[in-house]
Design a protein around this ligand. Sequence first.
Ligand code: CTP
Length: 404
Amino acid sequence: MDLHGKHIVLGLTGGIACYKAAEVCRALVKQGATVQVVMTEAAAQFITPVTMQALSTRPVYDSQWDARERNNMPHINLSREADAILIAPCSADFMAKLLHGRADDLLSLMCLARPIDKVPLIIAPAMNREMWSHPATQRNLAQLRADGTHVLGVGNGDQACGETGDGRMLEPDELLEELSAFFQPKLLSGHKVVITAGPTFEAIDPVRGISNLSSGKMGFAIARAAHEAGAEVSLIAGPVALPTPRGVRRFDVKSALNMHAAAVEYAQTASIFIATAAVADWRPAAESPHKIKKDGSGPAPELVFVENPDILAEVAASPRAAEGALFCVGFAAESHDLLMHATAKRLRKSVPLLVGNLGPATFGQDDNALLLVDANGATELPRNSKLHLARQLVAEIARRLNSH
Ligand code: CTP
């Protein structure tokens, strides 16, 4: 229920992407928001107000002359209550209209009449690729941003007109992710965060290797939460099957050595390093260039291991970390005696904050419980979704950084 208690004015303008607005409306309600739909005349050519009323459970407004409002001023009444006006889809024509402050229909009138400091305007453009790349649209886009409008990106791919390119409206789930991010406090703005996530894969031969059960979900949730909090995020991911959180720069790696090289490089310019990856402690001493065959001629092959570098300990021992320019956070996946192991691990790795969790209970799950251990003791973050915990962890990191 990411948008619980939020009141969103959902504005629809003319475009085939109106069909996605129905799904957006439903998802907003599901996330706990109340939704007031306002449609332009063109939008009603693509989807009916009946559909939008049923999904939002509120009458739809489409005219500035709507006499249902006692004072006959729907443009004032509807905009004052909103936590945000989200225009999805926003056509090229409507962008041009917003830019010039025109107000000849209810939706544009509301956008102009809204208290600009209290009611943010968010637009999700949707149009043909030529319209999108046209200098007029790009100019309007830049000016709308300069005027304080929060412009969401566009998708790329097949378009209703049969062409392929930029300009599609974001998918409903992407739009919802952007909207919940918009409402998160910008606790890490100006920070560069590097996160390691997932397992590593240590090759034995070209078709075999050793890995572990880490799903990467906690690290990916932290990457999302850090991005929502306004940070520039680089996510170094071992082999996992997870989508990249929006706005996060992802760098895929396989082995502990690959992850080590990437982490050491990225950490050089970061201000926060969070090691959630379940890095293999050892790797086979030599990777066989060919598949090891079972020809029945002798004993089973014996594997010889060498130790992998400890990425976190090395980054935490760097001069930037020592000077306080890089705040390092470690994770500990334990199977028992969490507090004792986490406390010992924090000291061993020399990190200001270590987050303990019970590995077998959380691998692959969507929820978790965390134990935060720092120099002052331990704090529990009780079981919740990984995204919720990630947001709490981001707030805890921000608090520690601000108290320095
Ligand atoms: N870590 C790392 N590089 C390694 C091993 C661990 O960066 N080669 C990081 C993990 O990402 C995590 C922390 O160190 O943030 C602790 O990882 P964990 O596997 O729990 O601890 P280990 O140091 O491997 O200790 P042990 O296996 O004995 O519990």
